[in-house]
Design a protein around this ligand. Structure first.
Ligand code: ZN
Length: 363
């Protein structure tokens, strides 16, 4: 998405050599086409969703869908966010087509207006005369939400994407800390520590049950260290990450978990699923039916695939070391995560015997 995020709209051709003008013109025409196309996909997505072809706009479903139509995960996410922006603020569509807002910027807008904390809050510096009691958290005035969306939309039109992202992150932090001062921090650390930080962020996301921002992950890491090492810290903080509190008695032993995750390098074992943040231990034989907590009874599945396997949308065959997935129509899931059409194997003799059990008849 490099070219598209780079908003390249020269006002005239005075500053480039004449010989280059046709090439630049051609380039710009293609960039415009691409913007139009991206907006077109974003506008069609809600329709696809209404037809039930997409569970929701959120990952990983949208990523799977994107893969089917030849989009990368990053493109799919950006388009899903753009779709959200266009749905909530329809004029964004035209603005992106004209290059007034970059696709990336509109994606950030779409992502930001999904943020409940941010949009339920009052706009920066504003007071809301319509809400008498500030304790009334339920039924946040619609007007305040609209104003926030409006101010975000304005920011998207005036700021480069990077700045917009910082602006949004900053607002979220301010809200989280009740309007207290927020400072940007830039750190120079070795790449290995960036990896470690991302790992901390993954673990924190798992604990908190939602993707946490880098800002939040930084806070969590600091609190965690201080809670454990600082004797001056008397009481645990209100927002402290639950460390030992979780009441999970049917815990899968850590070493088993590790062995299961090692098979797929930490990823969900569903073909082509890149999720490594929400990987859960899925039992072949359910625990309540006497299934073991050992690795030969466990597949590492992301929460979405776990749910869908449990719901019977997919079934798993083969050993847990080499699981094979089938969809509801009995079609084997190929390495690209999509069902292999049986017709394709027809005439290749014996190939269909690979799936001896077949599957339930199509509904
Ligand atoms: Zn998955």
């Amino acid at each position: 998405m490099g070219v598209i995020s780079l908003l390249f709209v020269p006002t005239g051709f005075d500053d480039i050599p004449e010989i280059a003008v046709p090439v630049v013109r051609r380039l710009l025409a293609f960039v415009e086409q691409r913007r139009n196309g991206t907006v077109g996909i974003a506008q069609t997505l809600p329709e696809v969703h209404r037809l039930g072809l997409l569970r929701d706009f959120r990952t990983p479903t949208v990523i799977e869908f994107g893969a089917r139509i030849g989009l990368s995960a990053a493109e799919s996410c950006e388009i899903a966010n753009l779709a959200n922006a266009v749905e909530k603020v329809p004029e964004v569509a035209e603005q992106v087509k004209k290059g007034e807002i970059s696709v990336h910027g509109a994606g950030i807008l779409g992502w930001a207006i999904e943020n409940k904390d941010l949009v339920a809050a009052k706009p920066a510096g504003g007071t809301d005369p319509t809400s008498g009691a500030s304790s009334a958290s339920e039924g946040v005035p619609d007007r305040a939400a609209k104003e926030t969306v409006q101010s975000l939309h304005e920011a998207a039109q005036t700021m480069p994407a990077r700045e917009l992202r910082d602006f949004v992150d900053r607002r979220i932090q301010e809200i989280r800390h009740d309007g207290g001062p927020v400072r940007p921090v830039t750190l120079q650390v070795a790449a290995t520590y960036c990896k470690k930080f991302e790992r901390v962020r993954e673990l924190a996301s798992q604990k908190e049950g939602e993707y946490v921002s880098r800002d939040r992950a930084f806070e969590i890491a600091l609190d965690y260290y201080l809670d454990h090492r600082d004797s001056r810290r008397r009481k645990p903080r209100k927002r402290r990450m639950p460390v030992t509190g979780a009441k999970r008695t049917r815990r899968v032993p850590d070493e088993v978990r590790r062995a299961v995750l090692e098979r797929t390098d930490g990823r969900c074992s569903f073909p082509a699923c890149a999720n490594r943040t929400w990987v859960e231990m899925a039992h072949r034989v359910p625990w309540r039916l006497g299934g073991s907590q050992e690795k030969d009874n466990l597949d590492g599945l992301c929460s979405d695939h776990h749910r869908r396997v449990d719901a019977g949308e997919f079934r798993i065959e083969g050993s847990t070391e080499a699981p094979v997935f089938y969809d509801g129509k009995g079609r084997r899931i190929g390495r690209n995560g999509l069902p292999i059409e049986r017709g394709r194997d027809r005439g290749r003799g014996g190939k269909s015997g690979e799936d001896p059990k077949g599957g339930p008849a199509p509904p």
